[in-house]
Design a protein around this ligand. Structure first.
Ligand code: BES
Ligand code: MN
Ligand code: MN
Length: 465
């Protein structure tokens, strides 16, 4: 079926132009200043879906930002694939580090051997990857090559924890009856080493506040005699890891399932170049939990990281001040079977316990999400595997991902549906960072691969029943 290749080759410029329209909308869900743009983005996705030939296209209310819906029911007896993705993006700052503005997409890095990258916030996470599905769908509809029913669930709150989506799923169980979720919101190991994500980490995210005196003070007049909440917070945070790189919160590891050495050997087959990894990040060394490899530390092991920390004076020059308060945002990545609420509670209790008596501590939980493990002995995994093998010319390797997509666990809990995580980005795409990009190769390869997935999935499901 090289027809799709013709479509891609002949439509390349038009595809890029339409994706650029998507990328120009600053749909930052975390920042209330962008509220109207987030809703406008939902409309832009809906418009592309309508143009692509989807029926019943609508913005479904959630209590937060809407879910973009669309469907094509080709045959009630055929399997139904639900495409999940998100149209919201992370905040673009620090703005000064972007080579081209985050919402003015630009193609760069074109060379004789490489088709270039498109730079913009959301290019890889997740607009470019949602776009893949819309365009592959369009091609299948136009060419009568859609062997499955399709339903879309493109949400606008993934980057802020999908908090309204749980009740949305409850209320829309009927609408989202189907067989499997197909999700492109993860990465490949490399463009010549295709991979399928078979696990995601869970997440517990909290904010802490440490209070010393009731007002900012002169650090000379009071310093040395009054507890400094910034100093205290740093000590508290430093104590959360031991010298072996393990998290020292009592009970933190209680529910962690250790992988068998066979499972670890299996996952270690995915190629990894530690030297290159360090070079790309300009690192002189790596740090992590003793006894685990770098890929293991970033996938099958739980973590605790400060995501932001602030206190006192952080402007230009120096101001001699002993701050009244210090804050930090802390994330913990979780592995199967760690419960995000339980871990948040353990953290909160421990953090109160280690606080010295001369400060006050507040802990506020933010969002959380359960970890996910994707089984490989299913028609959907095999379909993804065969599709990628066909289009990349190499069998994809299974990898556990380190990131989180909080709603995926609920697809199974609420709707009873498994997911297949067939992402086309690269870890080097700088998602959530300045200069986020998405390879044109990845975009086009994705559009080529998705129809192959549907074809194999329909075949494998038929064979089974
Ligand atoms: N697409 C990412 C998750 C991801 C990226 C998984 C790469 C695997 C590989 C997603 O948009 C994301 O950023 N999730 C957040 C969740 C949070 C905001 C609730 C994350 O992992 O930090
Ligand atoms: Mn994403
Ligand atoms: Mn993201």
């Amino acid at each position: 079926m090289s027809d799709i290749k013709n479509f891609i080759a002949s439509q390349k410029e038009a595809l890029l132009e339409e994706l650029k329209q998507w990328l120009r909308v600053p749909s930052v869900s975390a920042d209330p200043r962008y509220k109207e743009d987030v809703v406008r983005m939902a409309e832009v996705v809906a418009e592309s879906l309508r143009k692509a030939g989807a029926d019943q296209v609508a913005l479904l209310p959630t209590g937060g930002f809407p879910v973009v819906y669309g469907e094509k029911i080709v045959d009630p007896t055929a399997p139904t694939v639900i495409v999940y993705g998100h149209y919201d993006v992370q905040p673009p700052d620090p703005l000064e580090l972007w080579k081209s503005p985050p919402f003015e997409p630009e193609v760069r890095d074109v060379s004789p051997g490489f088709s270039g990258n498109i730079y913009a916030r959301g290019a890889a996470d997740d607009k470019g990857q949602v776009f893949i599905h819309v365009k592959a769908f369009e091609w299948m509809v136009r060419h009568n090559a859609l062997p499955c029913n399709v339903k879309f669930m493109i949400e606008g709150e993934e980057e802020v924890g999908s908090s309204h989506l749980a009740s949305f799923l409850q209320e829309n169980k009927e609408r989202y009856r189907g067989d499997v979720f197909l999700i492109s919101d993860t990465s490949l190991l490399a463009n010549d080493v295709p991979s399928i994500t078979v696990g995601l980490r869970g997440l517990a995210y909290l904010e802490v506040e440490v209070t010393g005196p009731n007002i900012d003070l002169h650090s000379g007049v009071y310093g040395g005699a009054v507890p400094n909440p910034a100093n205290v917070l740093c000590r508290m945070i430093a104590s959360l890891h031991d010298e072996r790189g393990r998290i020292s919160i009592p009970g933190f590891y209680d529910d962690v399932v250790e992988l068998s050495s066979e499972e670890r050997r299996f996952l270690a087959e995915a190629p990894f170049d530690e030297k290159k990894y360090m070079e790309e990040l300009d690192l002189a060394g790596l740090w992590g939990e003793e006894g685990y490899s770098t890929p293991e530390r970033a996938s099958i092991r739980p973590t605790l990281d400060v995501n932001g920390i602030w206190s006192g004076y952080t402007g230009e020059g120096a101001k001699t001040v002993l701050p009244a308060k210090a804050f930090a945002k802390i994330s913990m990545r979780l592995v199967p079977h760690q419960d995000p609420d339980k871990i948040s509670a353990l953290f909160a209790r421990h953090f109160q316990e280690i606080a010295p008596p001369y400060v006050k501590v507040k802990v506020r939980p933010h969002h959380g999400g359960w970890p996910v493990v994707v089984p490989m002995d299913t028609p959907e995994y095999k379909a993804a595997e065969r599709a990628m093998e066909e289009t990349f010319g190499r069998r994809p390797v299974p990898v556990r991902g380190g990131g989180s997509i909080p709603i995926v666990a609920l697809f199974e809990k609420v709707l009873g549906l498994k997911s297949v995580l067939m992402g086309f980005g690269l870890d080097s795409d700088a998602i959530h960072s300045p200069n986020e990009k998405f390879g044109i190769f990845n975009l086009l390869k994705g559009i080529e691969t998705v129809p192959a997935f549907y074809r194999y999935y329909a075949e494998l499901k038929k064979g089974k029943s």
